[in-house]
Design a protein around this ligand. Sequence first.
Ligand code: NAG
Ligand code: NAG
Ligand code: NAG
Length: 418
Amino acid sequence: MIFASCAGIVLIGLATWTHGATSPQTTPQTGALDATTSLPPQAVVVDPRSFAVLGIDGPFRESSITQLFNPTNTTPPFFQVFHPDFLKILGPTGTIRAVAANPTFAFAHEAPIWVPQTDEVFFASNDGGALGMSDIDHNNQVSKISLKEVAAAIKTASRGTAPVNVSVTKLDLPEAIQMTNGGTGPYFGNLLLVNSGRGQLPPSVALVNPNPPHNTTVLLDNFFGRQFNSLNDIKIRPGTNRLFFTDVPYAHLASISMGATLNAMVYRLDPNTKVVRVVADGFDRCNGIAFSSDGKTAFVSDTGANGGFLGNNQTEPATIYAFDVDPKTEAFTNRRVFAYVDTGIADGLQLDANDNLYAGCGDGVQVWNPEGILLGKFFLGTTSANLVFAGNKRLVIMAETAIYFAEIAAKANKLSFP
Ligand SMILES: *[C@@H]1O[C@H](CO)[C@@H](O)[C@H](O)[C@H]1NC(C)=O
Ligand SMILES: *[C@@H]1O[C@H](CO)[C@@H](O)[C@H](O)[C@H]1NC(C)=O
Ligand SMILES: *[C@@H]1O[C@H](CO)[C@@H](O)[C@H](O)[C@H]1NC(C)=O
């Protein structure tokens, strides 16, 4: 399969980069991309048939962490299209660009939350990691950007998808909010945050008023008197409005807590009765969490391959698991592999309205259909820990020292409650 070349379409064929490949496929599969398919200007087709055989002395990657999969050597950010259905997500005119950047500070790590009332996105800086400017003596930072400001900046941008740089506003939060690492909502209009804790200051689940004075209500900070390790990510389950969060010793592995305290597990909190129970275990390091739009399927990433100060080990999990959510107990059952990522780890998870799954990975955001087939990537050439839909057709991607903004065709699923 060779893609013809025309304006705005970057195409690769078997001959361009594979070694020792057998004769090219000429019969398109049903729905396959062909020369007449029109692509958004930043899209690059990478047909799986073009790299299925790399051959003797082929360009094999030795590291999933330091070597990215970019066979066309395209300059990021751009879209890698592995499956024609990714074009339905991008739409004919999808774009991606950086909208805020600070090369010396990982201000945009995790906990992205879109607040529709003000059209702002809130997020947290890296808690204890590279360029995080936070450690056992210094809290991390929750900030926000305005998507109205983003829209205005894009309108006056000099050309195409050139980066813009909107202002980042830091929130002044109460002391109870320590090392925020996850967030979702809004929940009854509030940011719903999970915090890693720091030193003697406990990890917690908390509500924060997105508007000044940013007053805070801590919902939970212990499991029957025992501190959590460090709470990592949280979602509201559609249907029951209960809160599900992951706990993993990353604070210990970033030297911001005293030590590991509990098995790495997923918990359910009923915010009214404050009843807490464990719903899943058996992880190396559980991390991101998300639900299908009907609430019947749960997804949890295991980032065992990332060991914090222990280093990376690419033979450990970099895996997204799917579960059935028991309709009565809400325990996670029938665990199965949903996807294993080729680069880095799958960190934060989000779904769109069609239940395609998006994960922050070592090279940007990767997207799978509900069958676990990789459709494509928002390829940044750098790590993304999480992302969030800001309503339909707008995706906001955390990339540590930058925030990327994609205008696409996909619709958002509902994260807020009520
Ligand atoms: C964007 O602006 C911030 C100040 O608001 C500045 O610190 C940063 O360096 C700028 N980024 C770029 C890429 O110019
Ligand atoms: C913030 O304070 C207002 C006014 O007292 C209260 O109604 C609201 O519930 C508080 N929000 C949080 C998250 O504590
Ligand atoms: C990586 O993990 C595997 C499996 O647990 C282990 O056998 C191996 O020793 C680890 N490698 C390093 C370099 O730690």
